[in-house]
Each structure stands twice: as C-alpha cells, then as structure tokens.
Write a protein that binds this ligand. Structure first.
Ligand code: ADP
Length: 629
C-alpha cells in the first residue's frame, strides 16, 4: 500500500524534484554523510557497550555505479534503520516546521532552501527517478525496503540485506540536453565528488574501479588489453581538523563547513586552535556569514560538536559557548574527555570549562582582528549577529562588558558606517567628557531631532541608537574608558558654558508662572516646561528626565504584555531664541485662552518630531485649523 508523505515533506520533495539548483551533485555528499553518521552511531555503541564485534577497520561506505541498470548504490554497514525508523525518518523531513518562514507565493531561490535545512536524503530526488532504500537495523534479523518515485508517496515492505546497515539505490533520471545525470555513473566523476565533498569522512569510501590492463603474455606488436577491477578507497579519511593546516585550503574548510552545518554560504572566518599541555584539544570554529532563519528564536540551539579522540560524543555541547557567541559553529576534539561522559558531568567538568574560556577569548580576538583588518567582513558579521552581541552586553547585569564592549558598533553622525566606541572616543573633542547618543527609528529621524541637530551643529559626534536593545545595552555598560554615556534628549550635556547656564537659569526663573500655566494647559503629558539654549532652528523639543528615556518608553511599550505602564518623564523645552518664545510671553499677558491652545499645539509638534504619537489627534487638528483661520 502506498503511504503519503507528510505535507511539509511533500513540499520539499516537490522542490527537489523540480529543482533548478545548480549543485545537484551535493546529493552524494548528503548520502555519504548520512552513512557516516550511521556508522558513527554503531561505532560509538561498540566503544561504550561492547559486544558489537566490529573493529574500526571493518566499517565502510561502498559506492557501486551500474551503467546498464543506470543505478548508483550507496551501502553502509552502520546502525541501519528499523521499519518504524524508515517510515519516520524518511517519510517526514527531520526538521519539520522549518517551512513556515517561506510564505506561499514568495519567490526565493532554491539555494536558500537547500542550504538552510539539512534536506539531506531528499536531495537525492534531484537526480533520481526512483529511490530504493533497504535497511537492516543492527541486532535485527529482518530487513525492510522503502521505495519512492516522488511526491505520490512511498511503500515499505520486507526486503533482503546480507548484514546490518543500509543500501540506497538511486535510479538516475534520463539525460536531457541540459542535464547529463549519467555522469554520476562515471568513476572519475564519483571520485572527484568524493574528494571535493567527503574527503575527511573518517570511514573508507570504497568503489570497485576498472583499469585497462595489458594481458600478460600478449604479443608486443599486438598487445591485448582487459578490464580488471580493483578496490579503491576514494577518501583520505583524516578528519579535516587533524590534517596539517598547511594542506587544507580555504575551499576545503568551506565545503566541510557547508556540508556539516547546513549552510549555503562559505563561513566568514575559520578559526583553528590547537593546544597541548594542561588541556589537550583541537577546535575548528566557523563564523557564519548569515544568521540561520531561526537564529533569533527560541528554537535555535547553540553548541559545538564534541569529539573524544575523533569519535563524536555530542552533537551540540552548549557548555562550550556563551550565549553571546551562540552563532559560532564548529567542533572540539579532545583526547582528555571520556567517551561515557554524561550531560550532568559535562556541566561540571573543569576541563570543559577551561576549554570554553579559551575558546571565548579566541573568538573575541579573532572578531577584533576582523574588525580592524577586514571591516567589510566585520560589517557583514555585525549585520547578522550584532544584535546578539548587544543583548550579551545587556544580559547578566552587564557582566560581559569586558568581552563585548569593543565588539559592538553603532550608527553615528560622523560617518555613514557604523563606528566602535573606541573610534568614537578617539575623536572626541577637547574637553568633551561624555559620549553622546540619541535613540530613534532610523538615521533620518534621529538626525533631525532638534537636540541632535543642536549637538552635531556644535561639532560633536552623536551615536545613533536605532535598535531597541541599544539604549539598554549602553545603560548596562554605563561608561566606556571613563566616559559616561549621555542621551542628548535626556541628560545634562556639559556643552553650554557656565555663563550660558547661569543666564538660562535666570530666564527660566523669570518665566516660572508662564511655564506653570502651560504645563497645566497641556495636562498629564509633561512634567515640566522650560526654555533651552541648546536648540538651533527648532522652536521646541521633548526631553526627558529620570531613568526612562523617550526611546526606552517606546521600546518597552512595544514589548508583548507591556501595558504601556512605563513612561518617560517628559519635559517640553522651548527654544529661548526662537520668535515663539517672545510670542508665548506676550500671550501670557494678553491672551491666556490663546496661550492654552498654542501650548497644546506646540507640545503635539514636539512629540511628533520625537517620533511619539499624538494622544489627542482630533483635538490638535481642530486647534490647528482654528489658529489658521
Ligand atoms: P538529516 O541527516 O539532516 O537528519 P536526512 O533526511 O538526511 O536528514 O535523514 C533523516 C534521518 O534518516 C537521519 O537523521 C537518520 O536518522 C536516518 N538515516 C538516513 N540515512 C541513513 C543511513 N544510511 N543509515 C541509518 N539511518 C539513516
């Protein structure tokens, strides 16, 4: 009886079958990689439980092309699959749910899909008309045969296999003008694919290869040749991290990374670390060029693969990476770890903690180097993972600032490129004590904030905080190299001279009654009204006082579950040199009713510029019309 694939698998299958993906050849590395994983599982069992009765040298992955049948067979003697596993592992894609991100009708190149998920087994449908999988689980004496020609479903029935493991037979599609699938039956092609993608696989990948050989004794003037078959091991088998670094090219690392960690882009950076001494380990780490589709969700799991002397003991060891470096992929191979180590033991393992600390330092150093020497790369990196670093600054009460404060970057008034805090401090003006910043939704909006214009107009640099997390991160950081952070819309800036401050104070005291009246007129929205001397062109602006800035109010208000409880204490600041200042003073004496209306409109105006909504738009609109008429 034919069974149906789960819906998502069907979509994926359909995509594979109709794929225009140019690297169809990756199907081979996917199948070899599955075979190797299956052997790993059994090998691990033999080491920890014993009784498997196979030595390391007994494991192999065998490729058999058959031109007359037009089939390519991949056979392993790993753990195999039970009937149930055949159904559950090959009937559904492993990472179901991952499809949500691609909305119906949205056109994305095939490459995205193929790279983003370990589509693994299914990629074989790119080249096959029919796939037959016969598998026998280790320890079982029955084999099962799974077969499918694509989207219309699959069958499972009893099969035959001489020993445990899995045999996958691909019936290749017919050749077309554009696609020559029969290539995958040629020795040279298979050999080169294995070399390219699977050289490091730690079990031998073997194939019977035919050679033309002169028949012994055939006459010299009329030599005769015959085809002889020889068993050839196609891969080098040394894991890439154990090979001499001088012999491993960038491309080797990249294809290892892409295959192992299911990425479609080469890594931005490869980090290799080998230590001997107190703890003995080799680490091979990768910094991806893009964030996985689920990176900023709960589903994302950080961790490095953990090997003990070349045998993988854990797929994702999260103890090896801090959260703020959770984007790092890779592996650690140590000869000091026991094979039987359990999760709980790992958490307390001193050795592991020491490795984690060393890796953290190494990652930080490499990122700093990239920031300094390869800024374009660093920008790509920061675009993908910068937000995570900023969360890291904020997390745990700012405990990780030593690691992170030099890695984060912000937009700035000085440059179209993001800048580091170090760069900001290096060009601070004489006498400037604080690091100025302003928060908002976009460069354009922040740039036009009255207070920002005022500060940049005097020649100071202002950092533009455009992400929700930014201001919170700086708050935790508190200061950088002895310079406090000052929000130009919130804090005292030390820009005005003492005389200027004194005269402003007098001016404000004189107008106290006017301000009280205006505050009353505006209502709950403001906690004070006053003059300011720091605006250049604008008539008025909103500043805030206290711990919560306007930017933070906006961020907190957006958070799920926030009942917009947290509000900034807002101050309406009026440009003392703007004609409106005189007008207000005059109205206070001559026309209080009109002053009331002016106050409301001025306040609404200032809110608008700050990117805040107007709470009473109908009333304001009416007032404006009234004043216009
Ligand atoms: P992935 O390898 O990313 O998990 P695949 O679609 O390639 O996804 O494979 C799905 C599952 O099928 C594997 O996780 C494994 O459990 C099982 N599987 C595939 N090939 C083999 C094999 N040769 N031997 C044993 N199990 C296999």
């Amino acid at each position: 009886m034919k069974k149906q694939f789960k819906t998502e698998s069907k979509k994926l299958l359909d995509m594979m079958i109709n794929s225009i993906y140019t690297h169809k050849e990756i199907f081979l590395r996917e199948l070899i990689s599955n075979a190797s994983d299956a052997i790993d599982k059994l090998y691990y069992r033999s080491l920890t439980e014993g009784g498997v009765g196979l030595a390391r040298g007994d494991y192999e992955i065998r490729l058999t092309p058959d031109k007359s049948a037009r089939t390519l067979t991949i056979r392993d003697n790993g753990c195999g699959m039970t009937r149930e596993e055949l159904e559950s592992d090959l009937g559904t894609i492993a990472k179901s749910g991952s499809f949500d991100f691609k909305k119906d009708g949205e056109q994305k190149p095939d490459i995205d899909i193929i790279g983003q998920f370990g589509v693994g087994f299914y990629s074989a449908f790119m080249v096959s008309e029919r796939i037959t999988v016969v598998s026998r689980a280790y320890g079982s004496d029955e084999a099962w045969k799974w077969e499918s020609s694509g989207v219309d479903g699959y069958t499972v029935e009893p099969g035959e296999l001489s020993s445990h493991g899995t045999e996958i037979t691909l019936l290749l599609r017919p050749d077309t003008d554009d696609e020559k699938y029969s290539e995958f039956l040629e020795d040279y092609r298979i050999r080169s694919l294995v070399k390219r993608y699977s050289d490091y696989i730690r079990y031998p990948i073997r194939m019977m290869v035919s050679h033309s050989k002169r028949v012994e004794g055939s006459p010299d003037d009329k030599p005769e040749y015959e085809d002889v078959f020889e068993d050839e091991t196609l891969n080098r088998m040394t894991p890439i991290w154990k090979q001499d670094p001088k012999e491993v090219s960038e491309e080797d690392y990249a294809s290892f990374y892409e295959e192992k960690f299911h990425d479609y882009e080469a890594p931005l950076k490869v980090i290799r670390q080998k230590t001997e001494g107190i703890s003995d380990y080799t680490a091979l780490l990768f910094i991806p060029a893009n964030a996985p589709y689920n990176y900023y969700t709960r589903d994302y799991e950080k961790g490095l693969q953990l090997y003990s002397s070349g045998v993988m003991i854990m797929e994702k060891c999260k103890e090896l990476l801090p959260d703020y470096f959770s984007f790092v992929k890779g592996l650690v191979d140590s000869s000091d770890l026991s094979l039987n180590i359990s999760r709980e033991m790992l958490q307390h393992d001193r050795q592991l903690k020491a490795i984690a600390r060393a890796l953290e330092n190494k990652i930080k150093d490499e990122l700093l180097k990239m920031q300094e020497n390869e800024r374009d790369k660093y920008k790509t990196f920061f675009k993908a993972f910068g937000t995570q670093l900023k969360y890291g600054l904020y997390a745990d009460y700012g405990m990780h600032k030593n690691v992170l404060s030099d890695l984060v970057m912000f937009d700035s008034s000085e440059s179209d490129e993001s800048v580091t805090l170090k760069e900001y401090v290096s060009r601070m003006k004489d006498g400037q004590k604080k690091i100025y910043y302003a928060a908002g939704e976009s460069r354009e909006q922040v740039k036009l904030l009255p207070q920002v214009e005022a500060v940049t107009g005097k020649g100071f640099e202002v950092l533009y905080l455009l992400e929700d997390v930014d201001e919170f991160a700086l708050m935790m950081l508190h200061e950088y190299e002895g310079h406090e952070f000052a929000n130009v819309t919130n804090d005292e800036l030390d820009i005005a001279t003492d005389e200027e401050k004194e005269s402003l104070k007098l001016e404000n005291e004189k107008s106290k009654d006017l301000f009280d009246f205006m505050k009353e007129a505006i209502g709950e929205g403001v906690s004070a009204v006053r003059f300011t001397g720091s605006l250049t062109g604008h008539p008025a602006c909103i500043s805030s006082e206290g711990a919560v800035s306007v930017g933070m109010e906006k961020t907190l208000g957006r958070m799920p579950g926030a009942e917009s409880g947290v509000k900034a204490e807002k101050v309406l600041e009026i440009n003392k040199d703007h004609p409106i200042a005189g007008k207000l003073k005059m109205l206070f004496i001559e026309d209080k009713d009109r002053l009331k209306k002016y106050s409301k409109v001025l306040y609404a105006n200032a809110r608008m510029i700050s990117g805040l909504t107007i709470e009473n738009p109908a009333e304001i609109a009416e007032l404006i019309t009234e004043l216009m008429v």
